[in-house]
Design a binder for this molecule. Structure first.
Ligand SMILES: Cc1cc2nc3c(=O)[nH]c(=O)nc-3n(C[C@H](O)[C@H](O)[C@H](O)COP(=O)(O)OP(=O)(O)OC[C@H]3O[C@@H](n4cnc5c(N)ncnc54)[C@H](O)[C@@H]3O)c2cc1C
Length: 319
């Protein structure tokens, strides 16, 4: 699960009261070092900052929660980063001052030869991400589109590499991997491919808005990648196009396949149904996560989750 309100207040309390476990997540201050356009829809923001010396990405699809300031503020201001009080104080801020909380993926973490810690996050600039309307409607994409060196934001991120925000967990004995990702999950898919060993068999479908978003994805694995360029269409039309591509594919022959699916919630539901019902993949070997939902902001999804009305599938911070 992404480090959310609930994760951050539960510090993985020990089963016995003798050996307190380290908190898996904590607050970090991230400072923008530089940005780089990767493709039509992607902007890589590289962050640094002293607190990153305690940041421990588990790799793969490691996610974190970012707190992004309202358009009129340069940096994120939170009244408290104390584990017990931050949530109530954040929620209690006036609407126009409260930073938004959004889930993102740690595309990479590294230490430079000079000993500085850096983290890359690849933002999809959905919408135009430039207008004032986007600031109100898609604040994270809007913030990323205007990110400049020196801007500081807050994050709840991993303090230990083994944490619940790494969802990619193929069981031992997995002999083929199926992947579906849309653009929001492409950073996670790329980070997974980065780490797979030589010879691992992968069949992947990556759906992106533009031909220019077909990024080069370095991997040692034996990955057969099919790009689905969306061009146009939303909702049902889009889902049908993805299913068409999947139905046309021959999957690798495997005894113990594992499927990792992430992207728009409605599409993920349909793709999961396809792999379980039409491809007979054991539902326990399918890891699926809605990264966003057409027509709903992350606040709305979180509000649903808090109200206990989240979709019946695996709960995430976004569903
Ligand atoms: C575990 C996890 C990891 C994620 N990793 C990444 C990542 O590395 N990079 C990344 O870019 N995103 C990632 N996301 C998705 C990201 O959190 C959402 O896209 C988020 O809604 C963006 O916030 P926003 O403020 O821009 O838009 P919101 O205010 O949340 O949404 C505003 C409107 O935009 C729509 N919308 C949201 N995202 C998109 C989109 N991509 N395309 C079109 N419409 C959209 C919503 O349906 C809504 O109608 C991740 C999500 C999860 C749960």
């Amino acid at each position: 699960m992404t480090a959310t309100a609930s994760d951050a207040t539960v510090s993985d309390a020990p089963a016995s009261d003798t050996a307190p476990a380290a908190a898996h997540f904590r607050f970090f201050e991230l400072e923008v070092l530089r940005t780089r356009r990767l493709g039509h829809s992607f902007l890589r923001v590289t962050f640094g900052g002293e607190s990153l010396s305690g940041f421990r990405s588990g790799g793969y699809d490691q996610s974190l929660s970012l707190f992004l300031p309202p358009a009129h503020q340069e940096h994120t201001v939170l009244p408290s980063t104390d584990e017990d009080t931050w949530f109530a104080s954040w929620r209690g801020m006036p609407d126009e001052e409260r930073p938004v909380m959004r889930s993102y993926t740690v595309r990479a973490q590294r230490r430079t030869p000079e000993g500085a810690d850096e983290v890359d996050i690849d933002f999809v600039l959905h919408g135009t991400a430039t207008s004032a309307a986007d600031a109100a409607g898609s604040p994270a994409a809007y913030w990323a589109g205007r990110a400049v060196t020196g801007r500081r934001i807050m994050a709840i991120g991993p303090a230990v590499a083994e944490n619940k925000s790494v969802r990619f967990q193929p069981p031992a004995g997995t002999d083929a991997l199926l992947m579906y990702a849309d653009e929001t999950a492409l950073p996670a898919a790329a980070a997974i491919l980065d780490r797979l060993p030589a010879g691992a068999r992968v069949a992947a479908w990556f759906e992106v808005p533009h031909a220019d978003d077909r990024l080069v994805l370095p991997t040692l694995s034996d990955a057969d990648i099919t790009w689905i360029v969306r061009e146009s269409g939303a909702g049902k039309e889009r889902i049908e196009r993805v299913l068409e591509a999947l139905r046309a594919a021959e999957l690798p022959v495997a005894e113990a396949p594992y499927a990792w699916l992430a992207g728009e919630a409605g599409t993920i539901r349909a793709v999961r149904r396809h792999v379980v019902q039409e491809r007979s993949i054991d539902r326990r070997a399918v890891r699926f996560t809605g990264y966003w939902r057409l027509g709903a902001s992350e606040e709305e999804l979180l509000a649903e989750a808090y109200a206990g009305q989240a979709a019946s599938e695996e709960p995430t911070s976004a569903l």
